[in-house]
Design a protein around this ligand. Structure first.
Ligand SMILES: [Fe+2]
Length: 145
């Protein structure tokens, strides 16, 4: 089995609500791994999957609202990445539960996707947000977001 995701400063965006979501999602992926390693029943795993996907979907909505609020220039492309993730994870989960996909592949995908997404894609809107804030003091109310 692959190693767990370690939360560290490189995953922090300094946006409390979004960071909290990300931290919880990382915990959920790690918990999924614990359950898989303990050879939990498929029904229990299916439960964890659906909670994870539900949490991710809610998180994506929060993030999309934030990006819309700051008029993020690449909003549509980012929304598309979220949608693709949901489609892919549904398919992989279904395949895993019907033994057409390994737990390792599923975990590797989840970990790779979240870490890469936060560090590259989420970081892009963070940079734009910071630049806009510097350029326009009227956007300071966004600080309270
Ligand atoms: Fe995102």
């Amino acid at each position: 089995m692959p190693s767990y995701i370690n939360w560290d400063a490189s995953l922090e965006l300094d946006l409390p609500q979004i960071d909290n979501d990300h931290r919880e999602l990382v915990k959920m992926v790690n918990r999924l791994q614990v359950a898989m390693e303990a050879h939990a029943e498929k029904g229990i795993l299916a439960d964890i999957f659906s909670r994870l996907t539900e949490y991710a979907t809610t998180h994506f909505k929060t993030e999309e609202q934030f990006m819309a609020k700051i008029a993020y220039s690449d909003l549509q492309a980012h929304i598309q990445l979220h949608r693709s993730f949901v489609v892919k994870i549904f398919q992989m989960t279904e395949d895993y539960l019907s033994d057409k996909e390994t737990g390792n592949n599923l975990l590797e995908f989840l970990k790779f996707w979240w870490v890469a997404h936060i560090k590259s894609e989420d970081y892009k809107y963070l940079v734009e947000y910071r630049n806009k804030k510097l350029a326009n003091k009227n956007m300071n109310d966004m600080l309270d977001w």
